[in-house]
Write a protein that binds this ligand. Structure first.
Ligand code: UD1
Ligand code: MG
Length: 443
């Protein structure tokens, strides 16, 4: 498919969020809402993306730094029509098809965007609007179509009526504007500019220029506007307030978990499990209830995670790793067959193959100022309630006895045992280890 340009409208104040963070930077499944939208646009094949920023512009610019996304500033923020005009003026689209998407629609699908571009080109109108038929249209612009123009899939749109402008007592309309459009920029610009100027000429500084009013303006000028029904039948996932943020996050979480279940991962209780995006989960891994897996985590095959486990960003687990109840693993790597079965914290730690982290053990990686790494060798045994203060190095096959405190910078030689506070070398390592193992088996 030919390339297309895209604009994300993200300048709005997001008043209903009641937040000092711009709405589009609120995270959903571990990444900002804006990134969900831009990823789908790029996946649909766009190589020319502009984000309109305004409220919290610097925060959004900072977030986009290092990407090839362009920004256009809308200041003050005077409506979606004004926002698009700013984008066209400040970052002229490189292609003749322009997709415009509201930044508060994180549950987008790249396939739908591609289909919109196709439909727009086939229908040949200067503006195509993606519509959906929903049970509960509240808060959405209602789509009015020209009589007899509705083919089921497309219609000729004659007007979009915003919620605030609905006539009281008028019949309920269930076809709504989803906030996703395709345009021929050269055809709409000569009409958009005077429309915005007219709408904002009013003394009233609160007045906005709605992008949706462009429908009437185009129709009055004898041009057509195509409505394409994308088949959405439940309430579409826009985020205007924190309730919708939670609802949309939940919807996206369900889809994401279904993806992983289809890949062969068991999720024992989807309701209490939370998995962010950008993770990898191996086949036959079992996730027990109340587990949180953050973005950037990789889990191997046949692992058992939870209940009540927290895998944080940067964590990598090999195959057959067990991370049990109330264990937090942060920026750590646990090699194949290693275990931390109960009540432990591992930060910046490399755990060797088959090593065992006992109940209540803590690898203390933070000294209040800096974070330091710890290495635990293959087959090492970290006893219950012990604390290894980073930087630390526990040799392979070594044992840290229950309750020991290994001070920062201390290396425990392979195969030896340390015990006490602070931990000291214990002579009869083998004997002692057997005893500790026996005690621990009872846990
Ligand atoms: C908008 C549509 C409505 C549609 C709904 C679907 C308008 C006037 N109404 O309403 O028909 O059903 O989306 O989701 O377009 N923005 C700017 N600059 C502004 C104002 C808004 O960039 O001056 C951005 C916002 O950051 C947001 C997007 O435009 O990402 C939509 O704005 P929002 O206030 O959420 O519009 P809705 O009331 O949802
Ligand atoms: Mg909205």
């Amino acid at each position: 498919m030919d390339q297309f340009s895209a604009v994300i409208l993200a300048a709005g104040r997001g008043t209903r969020m009641r937040s000092s963070t711009p709405k589009v930077l609120h995270p959903i499944l571990g990444i900002p809402m804006l990134d969900h939208v831009s990823r789908q646009i790029c996946a649909a094949g766009s190589d020319d993306l502009t984000v309109v920023v305004g409220h919290g512009a610097n925060q959004i610019r900072k977030h986009l730094k290092g990407t090839d996304v362009r920004t256009a500033l809308q200041d003050p923020q005077r409506g979606t029509g004004h926002a698009l005009l700013e984008a066209l003026d400040q970052a002229a689209p490189r292609h003749s098809t322009l997709v415009v998407i509201n930044g508060d629609l994180p549950d987008l699908d790249s396939g739908m965007i591609r289909k919109l571009v196709e439909t727009h080109r086939q229908q040949g109108q200067p503006m195509t609007i993606v519509t959906g038929t929903v049970d509960e249209p509240r808060g959405m612009g209602r789509v009015i179509s020209a009589p007899d123009s509705d083919t089921g899939e497309t219609c000729a749109v004659s007007q979009i009526v915003e919620e605030a402008d609905l006539e009281p007592g008028s019949p309920e309309i269930h076809r709504v504007n989803l906030g996703i459009y395709a345009f021929d920029p050269s055809k709409i610009l000569p009409l958009l500019r005077p429309m915005v100027e007219e709408d904002l000429s009013d003394e009233d500084s609160a007045k906005e220029a709605y992008l949706t009013r462009l429908v009437e303006v185009l129709c009055d000028a004898g041009m057509g506007v195509c409505g394409w029904d994308c088949g959405v039948s439940t309430n579409f996932a826009q985020v205007n307030d924190r309730r919708q943020l939670a609802q949309v996050s939940r919807m996206m979480q369900e889809k994401w978990q279904q993806h992983w279940m289809d890949q062969g991962v068991t999720i024992v209780d989807p309701v209490t499990t939370w998995i962010e995006v950008d993770v990898e989960l191996g086949q036959d891994t079992v996730i027990q209830p109340n587990t949180v897996i953050r973005s950037g985590v990789r889990v191997g095959e046949r692992c058992e995670i939870g209940p009540f486990a927290h895998l944080r960003s940067g964590t990598v687990l090999g195959d057959e790793v067990i991370v049990g109840d109330f264990v937090e693993v942060n920026r750590s790597r646990m090699e194949t067959g290693s275990k931390a079965k109960h009540l432990a914290y591992l930060g910046d730690t490399h755990v060797g193959k088959k090593a065992n982290i006992g109940a209540g053990a803590v690898i203390a990686n933070y000294d209040g100022k800096d974070k330091h790494p710890t290495t635990i060798g293959e087959g090492a045994f970290i006893g219950s309630g012990s604390v290894v203060v980073a930087p630390g190095e526990i040799g392979s096959g070594a044992t840290v006895a229950a309750g020991a405190l290994v001070p920062p910078g201390k290396s425990v030689a392979p195969g030896t045992t340390v015990k006490g506070v602070p931990a000291r070398l214990h002579k009869s390592a083998e004997e002692d280890r057997e005893k500790i193992c026996e005690d621990e088996k009872g846990n």
